[in-house]
Every structure is written in structure tokens, then in C-alpha cells.
Design a protein around this ligand. Structure first.
Ligand code: F6R
Length: 619
């Protein structure tokens, strides 16, 4: 389950707004993690557990259930993306025990929930939902009934769980404590002047707390207004040991400003984040040398590198594999994370495996990285999130610095990933002696100019906003074609159109399109070509001719001086003439904007595409 969870404990009198309102605000910021149902639980001043939850999106549910009016000093909230049990009121979190004294929110999947349910039912517990989560409050209740204190009952419960979880629980019998446990799913504690927070992501509480501690797998504990206990659980066969952890050295201050997690006047996070690309690219590139140096030195001595990624991050991995081959002379291959274990079977010692992941939490990528480690590979990560799970799993991490990305569709993190990976390829080529200074200086110069170029592209493409909106909104299908470096960009453009505008968009190697896909092309069928660099220009022209002859409506993203290409197109996104590395970083921008305006014109909400969640922590 990919969900957002929040826990707050505060001095009620010092709160800027009622606790229910604070929970709502946090859930709004976590909405990118899921939004099919929502709920909260608070312990009131009178020591009563109040729970409200429902199917639906946060604003509507919060208004209907009156979130803002609930006061109290300790509470939890949850926004859900359903896996176990459909998205309905019953399955919405929080879940409670039979006695209504314990409430729990959870992100992840408890793998042994069936056997735990059977055990609980046999003990007389009434299970009311279809979720895996509901076993947790009942187990706490069961252990309390056996004489354990609330915290010890919580720990006994955690000991019984198998799977991935981030859990926050509250208990009327310890009304000032937030109990927490983490295994695989992210959880971060925030310490602020008004209270203490625990959430799936710092964006949930960044307005109120910027001092944070990222929890690690196997950790559990509790937090109150004045106290924090973190313990680490280890299993050795049937023996379980708990050991207190000193987390003081892990306290750090988040540099992101609260404004970075708001829409700042834009209609959607997606378009805001598209517009942020010049800044994201500038921050990423300014620190790129420092960020990639250790990894480049490792690659300089290596024979083979595999890059793993899912979705958009896979497309970034593909560009990287091509660039490492071309600029560093290195054997490099990109793998879809969820398919990677088939390929990882033939890893050789000394191979390097790089996980590319914006969030650093995608479970398929994490699994591939873990497998690579077990097989003796050196591992690295390229991610946007400091201390994310994947970052902590690997030997080396190179960070992009795109800032928080809230829109479900990745935009600024993709261009930042490609920028950092381009830098890595060039630097590796330099260290391997494949590139001489005369070759590297123009590339570094081109990279310096990227933020300005991105800004100019955004302004020029936005001028065509209404044409863009009309272009695709009546179409049910489109092809996105490219060759070489143009192909991963075409793939990324097609993914954007699919996921937010619900247009079936298929990316294909342009040369392969005549081996089958062309059969679908008839009068007016949209075919988009991405032309990056001049290597394959003549071949692309033939592919365009083939499509044109069948009546395709041709749209092309290509350098403005590519006149013959332009003459074959019905519409050209005129891109600046750039070094191919600069083109591969920036030429996706028109395709992001095209997808955005198509979604808006169709009346869809690009920030909340159906069935999707931003961070996918399920297999
Ligand atoms: C697409 C998108 C997803 C992610 C994918 C991997 O717009 O956002 O396809 O790219 O779920 O996520 P990360 O990069 O966090 O591993």
C-alpha cells in the first residue's frame, strides 16, 4: 500500500489551529502518496478516541466530516492508495481495536495478516475491514489484555509482523504518546516549536518543524512533546532483541522552504514543477561535480555498469546507459527494476549497479539493489531524497537537487536526473581517458547554459498552450518515436501523456515502427518524433516519410535548424540548437507541457491521476 501517514503530538493551547485542521493540512501535502480514502483519529482532552474516515478526496471528506473542528493534543491521519481491500469507508484508516482505545495508521503491506487475523478471530476479536492493517490495533489490544503496558504491547505487536510497514499508533491509555515502527516504508520524525510530528515525508509538517530524524528499518519507539525513544529490533532465529538507539547524531535541519511544497499561485503542482526546472537544474548542476565524483571514480575503474529504474527513472537510466557508452566507452545497460532479477543472475564481481529513483523508496528498485549487493556488486544510487531507503542501502549516493516534487507525474526530477547522469558520463569519460579536455570543455559549457535554455524552452512552448491543449484531447492513441538518445525522451513523453491525460501513447524505436505499429496509422493519427542531435537525422527522415505517406499527423521536437525535418512535420516544437547532451536534458519539456495541457483541457486533474501513486512501495 502506498499511503501517506501523519502523527502529531502537541501542546493543544499553543497550536496555530485545532489538531484536526493540522492533520488535514498534513494530509493535503501527502495527497501525492494516495487519495482514494482519508481519515484521522484524535484523543480528546476528555481522553476519548474520536475517529473519522471515509472514501473520497481530502478536501471533500475533511469538510463533510468536519476535520477542522476536532481539538486534542495527540492525533494521527492517513491518506490511502488501496491494495488490500477496496477504497471504501470501512477500509479507510485509521483502524481501531474492539474496545475503541487504540487507533493505527499504516503504510506498507503486512504479509502475514491472514494468519494473524485467524489468531485474533480465534481469540474473539471482531475484524471489521478487509485490510491487512486492522490486525495491528487488535494485536495491541490482545497484548494489553495479557498485562503488557501500551508500549510493550506495541513492541510485541511489531515483533509479530512480517512485511513492509510504517506504522503510527495512538492509545487512550497513554494519551500523549505517538507509537511508531518502521520496516521498508518511510517514516520521519519532525521536532518543532509547536509539537512533534511523524510522517511518511517531511513535506507533511515542514511548516511546523524543520529539525528531522529519518527512521531506519527495524526501528520502533514513541515520541511525546518532551521525550523520544527509538529502539532497534533484531531477530536471531526466534530470539528478538530490542536495543535503544542514540539518534541525536541523526538530527538534521531540512533546507527546503515551506513555500517549496505549495502551489504558489500555479493551478497544479505539475505545472509549477515544470516551471521550476531551471532552478532544479541549476541546483543539481551546481553541485554535480561534487555529487558524482566518487561514483565517476568508481566507474572509471569498472568494466560494466547496470542502471535500474522504474517508470520515469527507468527512462533516465536509459539515457545514462547510452551516454556512458558513448562518452565513457563503458559497457552500460539500463534495466526495468521489476524485471532486473532475471538479468542480475549473471552479475560479475566488480560490476556496478546504480539504482535511479527520485524518491529513493521504490520497492522494485530497492529489491534489485539488495539483490545486486548479495551477488557482490558495488552499488550506488541517484536520488532526490537524502537518507531515503535506497540511499542508505548502497555504497555510494549521488544526489540530484530538484527540491520536493509533489505532482504525481515526475517532471523536474527527470530532467535533473538526466542532467546529473550526463555529468557523470562526461566526468567518467574524462577519468577513463576516453574524452580529452577539448571534448569535455564544450560539454561542460553546454551544461552551464542548461538552466537558461530550459527557461527559454518553457516560455516558448507555453506560448502554444492552447494549440497544445487542442492537439491531443480528441485523440485516443498516439505514437512517440525516436532513435538513440531521442528514444528515452519519446518514452518519457508517452508516459506523461498516458498517465495524466489518459491517452494511449506508445513509444517505439522509430526504425522499429515499420515492423508492426505502422499498421495502426491512418488519416490524422498523431505521431510525435523526438530528434536529439544529428546522428540519426537521415534515418528519422525516412521514418517520418513512411508515417506521412499513411496520413499520420506529424509533430516533431527537433532543433530549429533541422529544416528538412521541419518540412515533413505538421507541427514543429522548435528547439534551440544545442550540444546533444543539452538536448537530451531539455527536449522532454515540450512533451511534459503537451501532456499537462491535454489533461487540463480534458477536465482531468494532472496532480491526481487515477490509480497512480507517486511512491510505489508495493511489488
Ligand atoms: C511517472 C512517475 C513514475 C516514477 C516511478 C519511479 O511520472 O513518476 O513512473 O518515475 O514510480 O519512482 P522513483 O523515481 O521514485 O523510484
Amino acid at each position: 500500500m502506498v499511503c501517506g501517514i501523519i502523527g502529531i503530538t502537541a501542546n493543544e493551547d499553543s497550536l496555530a489551529k485545532p489538531l484536526g485542521g493540522l492533520i488535514k493540512e498534513a494530509l493535503k501535502r501527502l495527497e501525492y502518496r494516495g487519495y482514494d480514502s482519508v481519515g484521522f483519529a484524535v484523543i480528546t482532552r476528555g481522553g476519548v478516541l474520536e475517529v473519522r474516515k471515509s472514501k473520497g478526496m481530502i478536501d471533500a471528506v475533511a469538510q463533510r466530516l468536519g476535520f477542522d473542528s476536532f481539538t486534542g493534543s495527540t492525533g494521527i491521519g492517513h491518506t490511502r492508495w488501496a491494495t488490500h481491500g477496496g477504497p471504501d469507508d470501512r477500509n479507510a484508516h485509521p483502524h481501531t481495536d474492539c474496545g475503541g482505545r487504540v487507533a493505527v495508521v499504516h503504510n506498507g503491506i503486512i504479509e502475514n495478516h491472514r494468519e494473524l487475523k485467524e489468531l485474533l478471530v480465534a481469540q474473539g476479536h471482531e475484524i471489521r475491514s478487509e485490510t491487512d492493517t486492522e490486525v495491528v490495533p487488535h494485536l495491541i489490544e490482545l497484548f494489553k489484555a495479557r498485562g503488557y503496558s501500551p508500549y510493550d504491547a506495541f513492541k510485541k505487536t511489531v515483533e509479530a509482523l512480517r512485511g513492509a510497514y510504517a506504522i503510527v499508533a495512538i492509545d487512550v491509555d497513554e494519551p500523549n504518546r505517538l507509537f511508531f515502527a518502521r520496516n521498508t516504508s518511510p517514516l520521519v520524525i519532525g521536532i518543532g516549536a509547536q509539537g512533534r510530528f511523524i510522517a511518511s515525508d517531511v513535506v507533511a509538517f515542514i511548516n511546523y518543524a524543520r529539525k528531522v530524524i529519518v527512521l531506519r528499518d527495524g526501528e520502533a519507539g514513541y515520541v511525546t512533546l518532551n521525550d523520544l525513544l527509538v529502539e532497534e529490533m533484531t531477530r536471531d532465529g526466534d530470539t528478538i532483541t530490542w536495543r535503544p538507539v542514540d539518534v541525536s547524531s541523526r538530527l538534521r535541519t531540512v533546507e527546503w522552504s515551506p513555500e517549496m511544497a505549495t502551489k504558489e499561485g500555479y493551478s497544479h503542482f505539475m505545472i509549477k514543477e515544470i516551471h521550476e526546472q531551471p532552478y532544479a537544474l541549476a541546483s543539481t548542476l551546481a553541485a554535480a561535480r561534487e555529487s558524482v565524483e566518487s561514483l565517476a571514480r568508481l566507474l572509471a575503474k569498472s568494466e560494466r555498469v547496470l542502471l535500474l529504474g522504474a517508470g520515469t527513472s527507468y527512462h533516465a537510466a536509459l539515457t545514462s546507459a547510452l551516454l556512458l557508452r558513448k562518452y565513457a566507452g563503458l559497457w552500460a545497460e539500463a534495466l526495468i527494476s521489476s524485471e532486473s532479477s532475471w538479468y542480475l543472475k549473471t552479475l560479475r564481481s566488480g560490476d556496478v549497479v546504480i539504482g535511479v529513483s527520485q524518491s529513493g523508496e521504490t520497492i522494485d528498485t530497492l529489491k534489485g539493489i539488495k539483490e545486486a549487493r548479495v551477488r557482490g556488486a558495488l552499488t550506488a544510487a541517484v536520488t532526490n531524497v537524502i537518507e531515503s531507503t535506497i540511499a542508505r542501502e548502497v555504497d555510494l549516493t549521488a544526489y540530484i537537487r530538484a527540491g520536493p516534487e509533489i505532482g504525481v507525474a515526475a517532471t523536474k526530477t527527470f530532467t535533473s536526473q538526466v542532467a546529473l547522469l550526463s555529468y557523470l558520463a562526461v566526468r567518467t569519460g574524462e577519468l577513463r581517458g576516453v574524452l580529452k579536455q577539448s571534448n569535455t570543455s564544450p560539454v561542460y559549457k553546454a551544461l552551464e547554459e542548461i538552466p537558461g535554455v530550459a527557461s527559454a524552452i518553457i516560455s516558448s512552448v507555453e506560448r502554444h498552450a492552447s494549440w497544445l491543449a487542442d492537439a491531443m484531447c480528441t485523440k485516443s492513441s498516439a505514437y512517440y518515436l525516436g532513435r538513440g538518445l531521442g528514444l528515452p525522451i519519446a518514452m518519457e513523453g508517452a508516459l506523461k501523456l498516458k498517465e495524466i491525460a489518459y491517452v494511449h501513447a506508445e513509444a517505439y524505436p522509430a526504425g522499429e515502427s515499420k515492423h508492426g505499429p505502422i499498421a495502426l496509422v491512418e488519416e490524422g493519427f498523431p505521431v510525435l518524433f523526438v530528434v536529439v542531435g544529428s546522428d540519426d537525422e537521415d534515418l528519422i527522415k525516412s521514418n517520418m516519410e513512411e508515417m506521412r505517406a499513411r496520413g499520420a499527423r506529424i509533430i516533431v521536437v527537433s532543433p530549429k535548424n533541422a529544416e528538412e525535418i521541419s518540412s515533413l512535420a505538421d507541427f514543429q516544437f522548435e528547439m534551440p540548437v544545442l550540444h546533444e547532451i543539452a538536448s537530451v536534458i531539455t527536449y522532454v519539456i515540450p512533451l511534459q507541457i503537451l501532456a499537462y495541457y491535454t489533461a487540463v483541457r480534458k477536465g482531468l486533474d494532472p496532480d491526481r491521476p487515477r490509480n497512480l501513486a507517486k511512491t510505489v512501495t508495493v511489488f
